[in-house]
Design a protein around this ligand. Structure first.
Ligand code: FES
Length: 126
């Protein structure tokens, strides 16, 4: 059953960085995209790996998140997949090799969560 979980303060989370947060046992990421705070499950839809820890390192810029494993890009606000497994660990690979890197997985988006701000408190609906 969905619940509302406080995940931090605006002062801590709205700094342009991507934050990893435990929301009642669910690992999520919270970041600023434009003027809004957005949240998604910290699990890449490609192979289920962490979006914040991997050989390519954390890569996040104003709402666009790049998976540290095979470089899939996502829009944090909508969860939309913008590019699917184009490489490994921050390096792009030749176009012909993308199907190998994708390992038969079809492009899919992030699991996103609604974010609510009340005063300085940030809540996520899990
Ligand atoms: S695990 Fe994220 S792109 Fe492969």
């Amino acid at each position: 059953m969905p619940g509302r979980v406080r995940v931090g303060s605006v002062a801590d989370l709205a700094d342009g960085e991507l934050h990893t947060v435990d929301a009642d046992g669910t690992a999520i990421v919270v970041g600023q995209a434009g003027a809004s705070l957005c949240a998604a499950r910290n699990r890449c839809p490609h192979l289920g790996l962490s979006l914040t820890r991997g050989p390519g390192g954390l890569r996040y810029d104003d709402g666009t998140l790049v998976c540290p494993w095979h470089n899939s890009r996502f829009d944090l606000a909508t969860g939309e997949n913008l590019d699917w497994a184009p490489g490994f660990a921050g390096r792009d690979m030749p176009r012909w090799s993308r199907k190998l890197i994708a390992l038969g997985r079809k492009p899919s988006g992030l699991t996103t969560y609604d974010v609510e701000v009340e005063g300085d408190d940030v809540y996520v609906r899990i």
